[in-house]
Design a protein around this ligand. Sequence first.
Ligand code: GTP
Length: 155
Amino acid sequence: MYRFTDYYHNKVTLSFDDHPFSRNPKHVWVICTYKNKWLLTRHKERGLEFPGGKVEENESAREAAIREVKEETGGSIEKIRYLGQYTVAGKGGTIIKNVYFAEIKDLAVQKTYYETEGPIELSHIPKNVKRNKQYSFIMKDDVLKHCMAYIRKKR
Ligand code: GTP
C-alpha cells in the first residue's frame, strides 16, 4: 500500500491488490499503449493525461474503461488488465478509482472526443511531468510513477 498526497494536497492511497477498497469503484483510469507508444488524450481543461472517467449506471468498471478509451482517443482495446486501485480523499468526499493497463489495436477517428481533443501518442512520458504545465494534475502524483514501475516489472 502506498500513501502520498496529490497535486492539490489530497491524501492518496494506492494498492496493487485485487480491489482492496471497493468491488464497484465509480472511477477508472487506463494506461494505454498503441504500437509501442503511450496513448494519452488532451483534456480541454486539464491537459495531457491517460484516458479515464466515471463509471455510468448499469456499467462495470471494466466496461467504463473500454468506453472511456474509445470516447477520448478512438482506440479499440486488444487486451486490458486490472492493475490496481486508489482512493483520493478530497473536500467533496473520497473517490475510488481502478487503474487498468490496455493495449490498443487500432485508432478510429471520432466525430467527438467529448471533453478532450483526442489521441496523443508519445514515445516517452517525460521525467518532469510534475512541473510540466502541459500535463493534467491526475498525472502529477505518485500513482503514475508506481503504476509505470509495476507495468515494467510485470510485463
Ligand atoms: P464532475 O462531477 O464531472 O463535474 O466532476 P468532478 O470535478 O466533481 O470530479 P470527480 O467526481 O471526477 O472527482 C472529484 C474530485 O476527485 C476531483 O475534483 C479531484 O480533486 C479528485 N480526483 C478525481 N480523479 C482523480 C485522480 O485520478 N487523481 C487525483 N489525485 N484526484 C482525482
